[in-house]
Design a protein around this ligand. Sequence first.
Ligand code: NDP
Ligand code: 2IT
Length: 453
Amino acid sequence: MSSYVKDFMDEIKAKNPAQPEFHQAVQEVVNSLTLVLERHPEYRKAKILERIAEAERVIMFRVSWMDDAGEIRVNRGYRIQMNSAIGPYKGGLRFHPTVNLGILKFLAFEQVFKNALTTLPMGGGKGGCDFDPKGKSDNEVMRLCQSFMSELFRHIGPDTDVPAGDIGVGGREIGFLFGQYRKLRNEVTGVLTGKGLDWGGSLIRPEATGYGAVYFAAEMLGTRNQTLEGKSCLVSGSGNVAQYTIEKINQLGGKAVTLSDSNGLIYDPAGIDAKKLDFVMDLKNIRRGRIKEYADKFKGVTYTPLTLNLDHNPIWNIKADCAFPSATQNEITAKDAKNLVNNGVSVVAEGANMPTTQEGVDVFLDARIMYAPGKAANAGGVATSGLEMSQNSTRMSWTREEVDGRLHQIMKSIHRTCVDAAAAYGTPGNYVNGANIGGFLKVARAMLEQGLV
Ligand code: NDP
Ligand code: 2IT
């Protein structure tokens, strides 16, 4: 089996050169799946792994637009339609200057397994643009979104591919994208999720990723008869996922003490309470400012700029009980993971996608802490997107309580799937194996049953 995995990975690297994040995401899944492939030779024979790692379709396109000074700008847009065996492609759009094909392929690959875990019928996809929203006016963002959708509209649809938000794409961008789609198609459908409440959006979708990550952490703690009550929590990032992670930590009696952005981090030992969180939401979502302002505003808070010459990220070297990485990929290295474990962190629930390097993951697994990978812990966002799709299809809208209740049940179900799959394949308590195997089995069965297409 080890030579099969090595040959498989050699081929992935040869066929997808210069895409280290994609190699990393595939390697992690394959490590878990050796257990499954030994028991199910039919999946090997049908080359399910080889097929699942090859996108069904990749779309790359020019996005040209005019800035406020009248200059023409040219960006590159992408949509990776990874796998539709169990439902329409589903996954977010990322607008960030680092966006490239390899990063979006890693995200689309992860999305396939994540979406399978949600229990809802959604395939996996991801897209985005190497556009930097920082410092751009609303009009510039609108023109970029319109240009992006002027190409994307012909490739998506409510039963084909349903994009949503991710880094740099929130309610404002989904609005501009939806407006352009509606104009071009002359159709009002649930083609995007994360929509405004007055035009087809779902209650709880903005909150869902953060709430879901905390529900998942609470489930893990429950396996050791513990709760979040009184637990101190490190949260990185300060965007959509970080904000609602903190809201739910507060509701469940925990205390969040950090936030960050790409320039630096704040540490507030007194805790980021509801009032301070209101300030953060206004700062990040309306004024689009930097997290440093938090330290200027509140007493007893330290601000640490992130400098590139440090060999670790100081946010993960603060004493705490739980960690919720919620910024971006590879923000926890092996050194950071060791710092977390040595400082007594016993729960890590990933709100971000692949925030921990493979070496960091190994540190968590060796230490046997409660470690939930992103494809399980952050699945609440896409799950609630699935609930938005259901509401759009029936032209109904559910109450806050109904959507939140379903989200909570889905997170419990994902947790149960992970625990059961990890145990069934001989690695109890290993949520990495649990999530990869649980997600894979559903997609693999569907692909086998549907033949070689
Ligand atoms: P936002 O754009 O709302 O916020 C992103 C936050 O992360 C910002 O604070 C940003 O800081 C910081 N950040 C982004 N890139 C970097 C970087 N390279 N280094 C340091 N900090 C960085 O995005 P979301 O909150 O939606 O997404 C956060 C993570 O959660 C991502 O990994 C995303 O894929 C994942 N996720 C999101 C879901 C969703 O529903 N939105 C669902 C599931 C996962 P700055 O302002 O300086 O850029
Ligand atoms: O990574 C993710 O799961 C998301 N960005 C959310 C995708 C979605 O379709 O809601």
